[in-house]
Design a protein around this ligand. Structure first.
Ligand code: UTP
Ligand code: MG
Length: 483
């Protein structure tokens, strides 16, 4: 069962029906606001009924504060007071959060049995009253305006086993029908850069990634780190990784067309292809980071010109990689000969980066082997895929010849606690709920559900860049994504 997240979740059920147990299996401690626990905070213990008024006062404050921040809030009380339920529902609506009522549907006899077994049982008459209220509450809940009313059996099965960690099949397509590439964008390599790079690449290979991509920037970009953090030249670096003998495909995501004449990129990629037995690819885009161009004495022409250059660069590279050495003259590119040795050991896929609908996607449709899009919003992604396909139809290119790839920048944690610890570590001044939503913060299992949807939209490859790739153990922790 997949509940919306973040959301307000209000539990409804008699004593002993399993509300707190259900909440603890699905949510972090901090997300569950429990009247019993707060009785223990402001009173002598969870069953200190004299502390009820104070406990509920604190509960309301906590619920309001969390909802106001857009954070998941699970209200663990009996849930049988309709006025309280409506107030929580209204507060969540005001905060723009989905609202869910979870009804614990546990046999009366089981509630009585558990109650009797407790240190401080609820008096039998009180429990009988709760059980009567629960019996009649379902239609009331249905009429209250919850987005979702779910009944869960308060007798739980064991939690689902973790995703299998077996490495994917030889072509490295996962059971989701996706291939994933590790995009390395930060280089916290300490005193031994080559050792760090080697350990990351070997771990990526072992974790079932189909390939490894490096950013191509001259100064670290502000989205990733500080300007004085190392950002190595990617083609040199990929050459070092090529020497490790992994099965990884190697390339950039993305090389700005402004950095090198296209022929030089074609030469670098052909060399890498020869050195890796045909596992090179080129990601290429129009470039965007004006500062690095100025600092390195490179031209940074207006966007229209850069897009013209992007188109010509792909045409030039493909001309040089094609067999033979004959002259080339098409698509605005004229070369007196196309003599380029070593030959690529296999076709070198060109991944066009960028989501500009009018030009970039058209260039990808006309000349690319893949088009790389961002994944923040699935509806927007679906729309862009539609635009790409329309361009394919328009320029007479078979849609299947232009793969859809995405750059995914998620927060991935071992469990819900670890996920939120990472959100807290990386969010900077962005509110936690907004950062978690933007990064789809979840466990491996959660990301697999999302990746399955991406595959359903027609995505073939995910370039994965996580914000906390510090060492090989962080890479190995992602292996479940490739199963
Ligand atoms: P809970 O303590 O989860 O119930 O379970 P509750 O609904 O939150 O109860 P109140 O309202 O706070 O009093 C009650 C007992 O039943 C056991 C739990 O371990 C606990 O001792 N239980 C719960 C099971 O044995 N199996 C289950 O599937 C759920
Ligand atoms: Mg409880």
């Amino acid at each position: 069962m997949q509940l919306p997240d973040p959301a307000l979740v209000v539990l409804v059920g008699a004593s002993g029906s399993g509300k707190s147990t259900w909440a603890a299996t699905h949510y972090r401690d901090q997300e569950v606001v429990s009247s019993d626990a707060l009785r223990g905070v402001v009173g002598s213990g969870p069953h200190d009924l004299d502390a009820s008024a104070d406990a509920f006062g604190v509960l309301e404050t906590v619920v309001a504060a969390r909802l106001g921040r857009g954070l998941t809030t699970v209200v663990d009380t009996l849930g049988l007071d309709p006025l309280k339920r409506q107030a929580w529902l209204a507060a969540a609506r005001a905060a723009g959060l989905p609202v869910v009522a979870v009804l614990l549907d546990t046999p009366d006899t089981e509630c009585r049995r558990r109650n009797a077994a407790r240190d401080r049982p609820v008096p039998a008459r009180a429990l009988a009253g709760q059980l009567r209220s629960v019996r009649d509450v379902r239609p009331v809940l249905e009429a209250e305006g919850w987005d979702l009313v779910v009944a869960v059996a308060g007798v739980f099965a064991e939690p689902a086993p973790a995703v299998t960690t077996e490495t994917a099949a030889t072509d490295r397509t996962s059971s989701l029908g996706l291939r994933s590439f590790l995009q390395v964008s930060r280089f916290p390599w300490g005193e031994d850069p080559l050792a760090w790079l080697s350990s990351i690449a070997r771990a990526a290979d072992e974790a079932g990634f189909a390939g490894l991509a490096l950013m191509d920037h001259l100064i670290q970009v502000p989205q990733v780190g500080r300007a004085w953090e190392p950002i190595p030249e990617p083609w040199v670096t990929l050459g070092a990784i090529a020497a490790l003998g992994t099965g990884l495909e190697l390339g950039t995501l993305c090389t700005p067309v402004t950095f090198r004449p296209a022929g030089i990129t074609a030469k670098a990629a052909a060399t890498l292809s020869a050195l890796t037995g045909g596992r090179a690819f080129v990601g290429i885009g129009a470039g965007w980071f004006a500062r690095e161009h100025a600092a390195y004495g490179l031209e940074f022409p207006p966007a229209r010109e850069r897009l013209d250059d992007l188109e010509k660069a792909i045409v030039t590279m493909k001309a040089l990689w094609a067999s033979g050495t004959k002259a080339y003259d098409a698509h605005g590119v004229a070369l007196p000969e196309t003599t380029s040795y070593p030959r690529p050991a296999a076709k070198i896929p060109v991944v066009v980066g960028g989501s500009g609908e009018r030009r970039t996607l058209r260039i990808a449709a006309a000349h690319g082997d893949a088009c790389n899009l961002r994944t923040i919003d699935e509806a927007e992604l679906e729309r862009l895929i539609g635009v790409l396909r329309a361009h394919c139809d328009d320029v007479g290119r078979d849609r299947s010849e232009v793969a859809v790839t995405v750059l995914d920048l998620p927060v991935v944690g071992r469990d819900r606690d670890d996920v939120w610890a990472r959100v807290e570590r990386h969010r900077g001044r962005t509110p936690a709920a907004a950062y978690a939503s933007r990064t789809h913060a979840a466990t491996v299992a959660g990301h697999r559900d999302r990746w399955a949807r991406l595959a359903g939209l027609g995505v073939s490859t995910v370039f994965l860049a996580t914000p906390d790739l510090d060492g090989p153990e962080d890479v190995l922790a992602l292996r479940g994504l490739n199963a």
